[in-house]
Design a protein around this ligand. Structure first.
Ligand code: ASP
Length: 443
């Protein structure tokens, strides 16, 4: 059984971090496949190598000299090599990169070199084989990730490579050119590799000891979530709680492989384990996490005998779709419907949208209300427990917070409330106190 281990940019920012990474890998024989990010920030206002490469690309595209623009990147990698004391020169690679810049290999190619070069260094330092992601991770002609071909090719390559470093963040187009995933995409590479080698576990090493029950900028010292299901994580990440790249759960989820979020700077911490539904232990608290976002608007529509107007909802949704607006929630009454949408989707088109909606759905009353925040209270524990909603509402009402919308997902995994933006932080605090602090006190 093998484990796939992905290390983020802060875990590989300098030689000191490389040493921690090597100790972690050597401590467990099963850690066979390693996915590095490019070196990240070493201190607060440092620049990530990926950002240096984008900058370098833009400068060279604007006519600057490659050698001069690339010099800070070259220095950064050479610094790591000399501090690690390994017998490796990347000079030939730097020359090749300069040549490819000149032949217009593109912005994605430029950005991907951070992971590529870091992968070569890490492979040498560990004594593992370097496998270029362009040889096994593929996109189709439209630029979409091609999971089937990737799984087959990468699986075959890694089958005959017992220990390998595969750089994160990029793959190849059918014509061989390099394409990257969106920012933070090395998480996705790790997940793809874990699926291809049928790993027993995908460890994602970062600089925090797992997911927190609530945002630490709002709640002081929140608890770490020890186990979360993929479905719960989807709900929380959609609402803004983010440590992992959004897409990265899909490959491992389809193969039933758990993910463990771990901290390179504190490897003894258990971190957060993300598991498929059905294999999870009972949760420690009634809820697993709280997340939320501001800047939502409500399109509120009233129409007498709305439910007797056939096709009313379809017409309403069609108008929204034509304006590129995605409804987040749609609570309905007998003669009313509210559509909750992201405020930025209404930008510069509120008036046009209003005109069109009035024309097509002919409401008796119509209004767009801004300044809504949504909070999701998520937990598999609430499925079998009574009174979760009551406690959410009681916490908010005691804090004098008015609830403007309520939505419970059909899977009974979440309760979503809409409140005024000004109450956002207070609401998260009181819900945390109600479920976590009070349950801690009872234990
Ligand atoms: N280095 C890339 C970025 O900064 C990819 C990653 O770190 O996952 O977005």
């Amino acid at each position: 059984m093998s484990k796939v281990v992905k290390f983020g940019g802060s875990s590989l920012a300098d030689a000191k971090q490389f040493k921690k990474v090597a100790d972690i890998i050597k401590a467990d024989e099963e850690r066979c496949y390693v996915i590095p990010s490019a070196p990240g920030k070493r201190f607060g206002d440092d620049t990530k190598v990926t950002d240096m490469l984008y900058h370098c690309y833009d400068e060279v595209a604007g006519g600057a000299d490659f050698a001069k623009s690339f010099a800070p990147v070259r220095e950064r990698f050479n610094g790591i090599i000399s501090e690690l004391g390994i017998d490796l020169s990347l000079e030939d690679e730097f020359v090749k990169i300069g040549r490819n810049f000149a032949s217009c290999a593109g912005r994605d190619y430029a950005a991907s070199r951070g992971e590529y070069l870091n992968g070569i260094i890490l492979a040498k330092y560990l004594g593992f084989t370097f496998v270029d992601a362009a040889k096994g991770i593929f996109f189709d002609n439209k630029g979409n990730f091609d999971g089937d071909i990737t799984n087959a090719c990468l699986g075959a390559i890694l089958d005959r490579t017992p220990r390998a470093v595969i750089p994160g963040f990029y793959g190849a187009m059918p014509d061989g050119s390099i394409k990257t995933f969106s920012r933070g995409g090395s998480d996705f590479t790790g997940s793809v590799v874990a699926k291809a080698v049928k790993a027993s576990l995908y460890e994602n090493w970062t600089d925090v000891s797992g997911f927190l029950v609530a945002d630490p900028r709002i709640v002081a010292n929140p608890e770490v979530i020890s186990v979360i299901t993929y479905s719960e994580l989807r709900e929380l990440s959609y609402m803004g709680a983010g440590v992992l790249h959004e897409d990265s759960i899909f490959p491992v989820r389809s193969a039933n492989i758990p993910i463990n979020i771990k901290n390179t700077n504190s490897p003894q911490d258990a971190g957060t384990l993300i598991v498929p539904t059905g294999t999870e232990p009972a949760s420690k608290y009634l809820i697993t996490g709280i997340a939320g976002k501001k800047e939502f608007s409500v399109i509120s529509i009233e129409k007498d005998r709305m439910n007797s107007h056939k096709g009313f909802m379809r017409r309403l949704l069609q108008v929204l779709e034509n304006h590129g607006i995605f409804p987040e929630h749609m609570p309905t009454g007998i003669d009313t419907v509210s559509v909750v949408v992201n405020s930025h989707e209404l930008e510069h088109q509120s008036e046009k949208l209003t005109e069109r909606l009035v024309e097509v759905v002919k409401p008796d009353h119509f209004e767009i209300i801004d300044g809504l925040a949504l909070i999701a209270v998520v937990g598999r524990g609430m499925r079998s427990a009574k009174g979760t909603a009551t406690r959410v509402f009681a916490a908010l009402s005691h804090a004098d917070i008015n609830i403007r919308m309520i939505d419970q997902g059909s899977s009974e995994l979440n309760i979503i409330v809409g409140i005024n933006e000004k109450d956002f932080e207070k609401a998260i605090k009181v819900i945390y106190d109600m479920f976590i602090l009070s349950e801690q006190a009872e234990k």
